[in-house]
Design a protein around this ligand. Structure first.
Ligand code: ADP
Length: 411
């Protein structure tokens, strides 16, 4: 009997490669790990299989190919059952431009299209292509599937994604709002529909994914109709080290009056701003909460601005949605920080939001739950699981003529 039923999920960043073997039927993680500091002097790989954790140094300058070779040659060779049960490889791809509104089986045309979108995600898409190439060589018999961060937002209407710039910039160069974190927003949308017992195509949500990167999405009838990230992940909410929305005039001022180069402005907005920039302490919400408790004024201000700006976005999404079935918090901060959730909901009191403190404290560390008071707008905490979405999409796209297809798609 054919038993291949697991998916290797790969998430290639510019200097890291995260991997996981997932059972797409229930999201169970059988192996997970990360190769870090790739292309640098001291790269290493860490992994976890069951209760066993291990790590090894890699050769200086080792890259994505070497991590996959290590995965196959060292880790999976000791776990032959894991390798035998692999049926597909799912790749997270940050930018699919306007070409991809769904996940796809990778062929040469898809590779070319990912390459063409590289200008829109210069740090990520080239790394994804390295991962796709290395995985295709290491697993030549397995289908490879691309799952795009931008795909869920392709349903946005034109009035939500066109910037108020000369239209030719969109027509000739594709400069528009694309949005990111789509895989996470899609996961919580599907889960919220289940929790609320509503058909997916009838659910209206505001989904706040709050991690180091943060974005918020208005979901109408199960589809994204607006989102806070734009052409790049810099637009929108305050993030760990990213500024989110600023006056574009500020950039001219930095250049013309303070002599900043484009590279310096890029670094400032992406790496030195957000929670880190305001607090002058840390980009890490947990650390800021601890410092705020001791009265650190930078930490207090950073958390306040983070919550205020988030609350303003939430309120603004009543415009595209009209009726909202639930506000959903997810991502490392959304899933764990009862303080952030409490502050945001205080700002939203005028819209009727109110939480129950005990429910808010309980919905942490992986616990899903409703935190709102009865008869107030429904507010949910839903731990996200992007790897599971990638594994499910990969499983669904395994060609029907492949022997593993039935085992993969069986409930
Ligand atoms: P990434 O975008 O890198 O995937 P995560 O989704 O893991 O990030 O979120 C990381 C953020 O979550 C950090 O700011 C971290 O401090 C915050 N976080 C994690 N656990 C807690 C917690 N218990 N309380 C407050 N913040 C938390």
């Amino acid at each position: 009997m054919q038993t291949s039923s697991h998916v290797l999920v790969l998430n290639c960043g510019s200097s890291s490669l995260k991997f996981a073997i997932i059972d797409p039927r229930d999201g169970r993680e059988l192996l997970s790990g990360i190769g870090e500091s790739l292309g640098e002097s001291a790269p290493c790989i860490r992994w976890k299989c069951g209760d066993t954790k291990a790590q090894e140094s890699l050769e200086s300058n080792a890259g994505h190919t070497e991590v996959i070779q290590f995965l196959v040659g060292q880790i999976l060779s000791q776990q032959p059952a894991l390798k035998e049960h692999l049926a597909a490889i799912g790749h997270r791809v940050v930018h699919g431009g306007e070409k991809f509104s769904h996940s796809v089986l990778i062929d040469q045309a898809v590779i070319n299209a990912i390459q063409e979108c590289s200008a829109l995600a210069p740090l990520h898409n080239p790394a994804h292509l390295l991962g796709i190439d290395a995985a295709s060589r290491a697993f030549p018999d397995l289908p490879q599937i691309a799952v795009f961060d931008t795909a869920f937002h392709q349903s946005m209407p034109r009035h939500a994604y066109i910037y108020a710039l000369p239209y030719s910039l969109y027509r000739d160069h594709g400069l528009r709002r694309y949005g990111m974190h789509g895989t996470s927003h899609r996961f919580v949308t599907e889960r919220a529909a289940e929790i609320l017992n509503l058909p997916l195509n009838e659910v209206n949500l505001i989904s706040a994914h709050l991690g180091n990167g943060a974005s918020i999405t208005a979901v109408k009838n199960g589809q994204s109709v607006d989102t806070s990230m734009g052409l790049t992940p810099l637009e929108g909410l305050v993030m760990g080290t990213r500024s989110g929305d600023v006056d574009p005039g500020l950039l001219m001022h930095l250049g013309n009056h303070l002599g900043f180069s484009i590279d310096k402005i890029n670094n400032l907005l992406n790496k030195q701003s957000g929670l880190q920039g305001i607090s002058e302490l840390s980009n890490d919400c947990r650390e800021l909460e601890q410092a705020a408790e001791q009265g650190h004024s930078g930490a207090l201000l950073a958390l306040e601005i983070f919550c205020y700006r988030l609350a303003k976005y939430i309120a603004s999404y009543y415009a595209p949605l009209g009726e909202v079935d639930a506000l959903v918090f997810t991502g490392g901060i959304g899933e764990n920080s009862s303080l952030i959730r409490q502050k945001v909901m205080e700002y939203l009191g005028g819209l009727g939001y109110r939480l129950v403190p005990e429910r808010n404290l309980q919905a942490r560390f992986g616990e899903e739950g409703a935190i709102s008071a009865d008869d107030t707008p429904m507010t949910l905490v839903i731990p996200t699981n992007e790897e599971w979405v990638i594994a499910r999409d990969a499983a669904a796209l395994v060609p029907p003529d492949r022997p593993c297809h039935d085992a993969l798609t069986r409930e």
